[in-house]
Ligand binder design. Structure first.
Ligand code: RIB
Ligand code: CA
Length: 311
């Protein structure tokens, strides 16, 4: 029995793993993509907007995309250009965007689209949660009208940008707190599982051997990414953070989940931006379903097969 495709809005800060995540989404018939909203994060908003157009062009897609927040709600902006390169997409010979971003602001698009489809839309943010937080402030009715939010961010354990905080959470902790306290149905795919999904040299070779442009560009991006992870973490490749969040919507059974309370530390200092996960729900009722395990090999098999379907 084929289920109806899930209406989805992708939101992120491309960023090379956002790009691979979005190609996975574009290649997956389980999802009905309604649009992509870009946000500040890995690199500045002008680049994440342009990179969104490039990602779509490479997949041969005319999906509409929208520019969102260019900075965090309160803290100063962060960058991860050291991980994703100065342009955010460290690859040569990338196509130009087929079209520019829509005139409508990303936040207005999110509010309008969710209200038009109450209870149906899944949002998959793979960057800082600024666009979503602004949408919830603009439209307090929105959280209960969203099917679910599946966010790549946070961690039940260590951070990556700091010992305590994962980049997407740290890049806008106040936005994350708004989303986590909104009552929206929320799943969190954190570093504790994404760091188990490494784009090893063998996996990069398999992507290149797909023989298509998406495989070749993904391999090129992940080769750059591997050099950063090798030097920074002593790992054989980069972690497939954002693609795992998309896979979690396509096939939730690839991960193990646990409901638990998650608080966001917004006090500056050592734990600023930490997702404080109460694994045993000792403090208060759960506000999120958190990934605590992943079938990495099956995840990569899905990713490889789907990327092979693109140009
Ligand atoms: O910490 C990993 C996350 O931060 C990923 O979404 C990556 O793209 C960066 O945004
Ligand atoms: Ca990202």
């Amino acid at each position: 029995m084929t289920l109806r495709p899930i209406p989805v809005i992708l939101d992120g800060d491309p960023g090379l793993d956002d790009a691979v995540a979005w190609w996975l989404a574009l290649a997956s018939p389980e999802l009905h993509l309604l649009g992509i909203t870009a946000v500040h994060g890995n690199v500045g908003l002008p680049l994440t907007v342009q990179n969104t157009g490039t990602v779509l062009a490479l997949a041969g897609s005319n999906l509409p995309y929208f520019a969102g927040a260019d900075r965090p709600l309160i803290r100063e902006g962060l960058s991860a250009a050291s991980v994703h390169g100065q342009t955010g997409l460290p690859a040569k010979h990338l196509p130009q965007p087929r079209q520019g971003p829509q005139q409508e602001h990303a936040v207005d698009f999110i509010v309008r689209t969710v209200r038009e489809r109450p209870g149906e839309v899944t949002l998959i943010p793979t960057g800082p949660l600024t666009n979503l937080a602004l949408a919830f402030r603009l439209a307090p009715d929105l959280p209960e009208k969203i099917r679910e939010v599946v966010w790549m961010g946070g961690s039940t354990g260590h951070g990556n940008r700091t010992p305590a905080a994962e980049f997407n959470a740290l890049a806008d902790p106040h936005a994350a707190r708004i989303v986590f306290e909104s009552g929206v149905r929320l799943r969190m795919v954190g570093l504790n599982v994404t760091m188990q999904c490494i784009a090893t040299p063998e996996r990069i070779a398999a992507l290149r051997e797909l023989g298509n442009r998406t495989g070749a560009v993904s391999a090129e991006l992940l080769t750059f990414y591997a050099s950063v992870y090798r030097e920074r973490y002593g790992l054989s490749g980069g972690a497939l953070h954002d693609p795992l969040a998309v896979a979690a919507v396509i096939r939730p059974e690839l991960l193990d989940w646990r409901n638990m309370p998650v608080d966001i530390e917004t006090q500056e200092g050592l734990n600023f931006g930490r997702t404080v996960c109460d694994l045993y729900s000792t403090t208060r009722p759960a506000n999120a379903k958190v990934a605590i395990g992943v079938q990495d090999a099956d995840f990569f098999a899905l990713l490889l097969e789907r990327l092979g379907r693109l140009p």
